[in-house]
Design a protein around this ligand. Structure first.
Ligand code: EPZ
Length: 422
């Protein structure tokens, strides 16, 4: 398992290109199941999660070709030979559950393993199940698998989610695209990745409106055609790299970034005294002088502060001037980066969903361990500002969501390298 060594203290200057969004691409790829015609995705990120999704789709008989060094994915599911998403794939990547809605819509049946727990929480699927049942699916849990059938096809319905689940919204919208009649999804998730998925489905001939608002309406059609779609910029990678100059000092331009992807996050960076400006090429971020100011953060569904940037903001608050409180409202166990940051001299107290951070002048490099995707990168960010060397082990977590992190940061002057082990 590879490790990454960061030697802290260097200010960062330069540009970082931001890739296509992992969480958009993981919903766009299963959309190929909705049509017999080819779907081409450009600006695709080069990540291990994308490879995992390609393997899953191929296990159904879909063809997935990765072109132009992985930045273009050519998908086709003309002839499907299977509808089962195995536990060994789903447990590694929860997003595998996004094949449930498309398989039901296309084949009228699906067998999808429950993902099982993951590091950040139980991650149930009750909202996916109730939404698809409202469309006429019959879903039974047997031997850890969801056995779903739609013997009479799917029929449009009015659905109100108790929580604006991203994945459930994606599964329901994809299934409704081929259902008979109209579906209205209330308390729909509003994330930019949902908007991107709807744009792609519309290019495939779907009749959908309201994306980006809390109410999405879908007029089912008989069939969908192929399309070519460019994956939206990854707002979580963008926000992650915005923290790099904020914590290490200097000035970095994030190519392809724009404030509309991260309104609440940019407001919080401004409150912390970090200068963010829009340029023709992207977002420029600079730490005007000295330490960031301590601020309070509460994670919320979009357009609120993203839970996927909570760990990264915590790293910044560890070196901020003052005391900050971070409240995690989306997942039940998303502070696993805290004990690792504490090993670097951070002062953090976690009580349930609240973490209180007392900023220190300098963190100290230390050997630390990645536990989940976003926690891993928060340790890299902390290492940029720490005195001495930080060795982050188990970076396979990192490679799920960040392409070439050491390359992107070292291009801006960071002292960072990957140590390949067996
Ligand atoms: C998506 O996960 C993202 N993953 C997550 O990013 C992100 O953290 C999350 O949305 C929230 O923004 C992808 O898009 C592939 P949810 P998803 O359904 O769809 C509960 C990353 O780091 N819930 O909005 O699984 C659930 O337990 C990953 O890139 C139910 O209770 O998120 C959680 O507490 C991590 N029942 C909350 O809702 C359900 O049926 C948010 O879940 C579904 C969800």
């Amino acid at each position: 398992m590879d490790s990454i060594i960061v030697t802290g203290g260097a200010e960062l200057r330069g540009q970082i290109p931001i890739a296509g969004a992992k969480n958009a691409c993981l919903a766009l790829m299963p959309a190929t199941l909705l049509s017999e015609e080819p779907l081409t995705l450009t600006n695709a990120p080069r990540l291990s999660d994308i490879k995992t999704m390609a393997q899953l789709l191929q296990s159904f008989g879909a063809e997935v070709a990765s072109l132009h060094d992985g930045q273009v994915l050519s998908l086709s599911s003309h002839d499907l030979t299977g509808v089962t998403a195995d536990y060994d794939i789903v447990r590694k990547m929860r997003a595998s559950n996004l094949v449930l809605g498309p398989l039901l819509a296309r084949e009228g049946r699906a067998v999808v393993s429950l993902p099982g727990g993951c590091a950040i929480g139980a991650r149930p699927m009750d909202l996916h199940i109730s939404g698809l049942e409202a469309l006429g699916a019959e879903i039974e849990l047997r031997d850890g698998y969801l056995h779903a059938v739609a013997p009479r096809g799917l029929k449009g319905a009015v659905i109100e989610q108790r929580f604006a689940s991203v994945g459930a919204t994606e599964n329901i919208v994809m299934a409704a695209a081929l259902a008979k009649g109209t579906t209205v999804l209330k308390n729909a998730a509003r994330e930019p990745e949902i908007v991107d998925l709807v744009k792609c489905l519309r290019a495939m001939g779907a009749e959908i409106g309201g994306e980006g608002t809390s109410e999405i309406s879908v007029q089912g059609v008989d069939r969908l055609r192929g399309a070519t779609h460019s994956v939206v910029t990854d707002r979580i990678e963008l926000g992650t790299y915005m923290i790099a100059p904020a914590i290490a000092g200097g000035e970095v331009e994030l190519l392809g970034g724009h404030i509309g992807l991260l309104p609440a996050f940019c407001e919080k960076l401004d409150e912390a005294g970090i200068h963010v400006s829009q340029t023709p090429a992207g977002l420029k971020v600079a730490r005007s002088n000295g330490r960031a100011r301590a601020i309070n953060v509460r994670t919320e569904v979009f357009p609120g502060f993203p839970t996927d940037l909570q760990a990264q903001m915590m790293a910044l608050m560890c070196t901020a001037d003052g005391v900050s409180v971070l409240e995690e409202t989306i997942f039940e166990n998303r502070f696993m980066h805290a004990p690792e940051l504490t090993r670097m001299g951070a002062q953090i107290e976690v009580h349930g969903g609240h973490a209180t951070v007392t900023g220190v002048e300098r963190l100290k490099g230390a050997p630390v361990m990645a536990t989940d995707l976003r926690a891993s990168v928060s340790l890299i960010l902390a290492g940029l500002a720490a005195e001495g060397e930080t060795v982050v082990s188990r970076v396979y977590h990192l490679d799920r969501g960040y392409e070439r992190v050491e390359g992107k940061l070292s291009a801006c002057g960071a002292r960072i390298e990957r140590i390949r082990t067996e």
